[in-house]
Design a protein around this ligand. Structure first.
Ligand code: HEC
Length: 153
C-alpha cells in the first residue's frame, strides 16, 4: 500500500510539469493561414496588446523626430514611455496565453527602449541613438514575421 502515495506524487508532479509547460512555455497558440504562429487572445487582451503596439509606433516616431531636432531630453521621455516599467500593466491571465518566444521578444523590445533612454541621458549621442533605434525596429520586424493575434470568442 506504500506505493499509492508515491504514484500519486508522481502523477501530481507530472501534471504540475505539464501545467508549467502550457502556461509558461507553450501559451495558447494555433496554426494560421499565412504560416505565422497565431496567439489566441480574448478580445480585451488583444485590444490591450494592439494598443501597446500603437504606443510603440508612437514612441518610435517621436524618438526619430527628436533625433532630427537633437532634443535628448524628449528622446528620453519618448523611449521611457515604452520601457520595461509598463510591463506590469499587462492584464492578468494574458501572460499565460503568450508563448515563451513572444514573451522574450516583447521584454527585449521594452529593454531596448530603456537602453535608448539610458544611453541618450548618459552620452547625448544622437548617432548612437539612431543606431539603437534601427536595431529596435529589426526586433519589431522579427516578431511580426513570426506571430499574429487570433481573437478567441
Ligand atoms: C513580441 C512580438 C512583437 C513585438 C516585439 C512587436 N510587435 Fe507589433 N504586433 C505583434 C503582433 C502579434 C501584432 C498583431 C499582428 C497581426 O495579428 O497580424 C502586432 C501589431 C502591431 C501593430 C498594429 C496595431 C493595431 O492596432 O492593429 C503595430 C502598429 C505594431 N505592432 C507596432 C510595433 C512596433 C513599432 C514594434 C517595435 C517597437 C512592435 N510592434 C514590436 C507582435 C509584436
Amino acid at each position: 500500500m506504500k506505493k499509492l502515495p508515491s504514484i500519486l506524487a508522481i502523477v501530481f508532479f507530472l501534471s504540475t510539469l505539464s501545467l508549467i509547460y502550457v502556461f509558461v512555455f507553450k501559451g495558447s497558440v494555433v496554426e494560421t493561414s499565412d504560416n505565422r504562429v497565431g496567439i489566441e487572445l480574448s478580445q480585451s487582451n488583444a485590444d490591450f496588446a494592439l494598443k501597446e503596439m500603437r504606443g510603440f509606433l508612437e514612441s518610435i516616431q517621436q524618438i526619430n523626430e527628436r533625433i532630427l531636432n537633437k532634443d535628448s531630453e524628449q528622446i528620453y521621455v519618448a523611449a521611457r514611455q515604452s520601457g520595461a516599467n509598463v510591463v506590469h500593466e499587462a492584464p492578468q491571465g494574458m501572460m499565460a496565453s503568450l508563448p515563451i518566444g513572444f514573451k522574450k521578444m516583447g521584454l527585449n523590445v521594452h529593454a531596448k527602449f530603456d537602453e535608448i533612454a539610458d544611453s541618450i541621458k548618459a552620452n547625448n549621442n544622437f548617432n548612437y541613438a539612431q543606431k539603437e533605434l534601427n536595431t529596435l525596429l529589426n526586433s519589431c520586424i522579427t516578431c511580426h514575421r513570426t506571430y499574429k493575434i487570433e481573437v478567441r470568442n
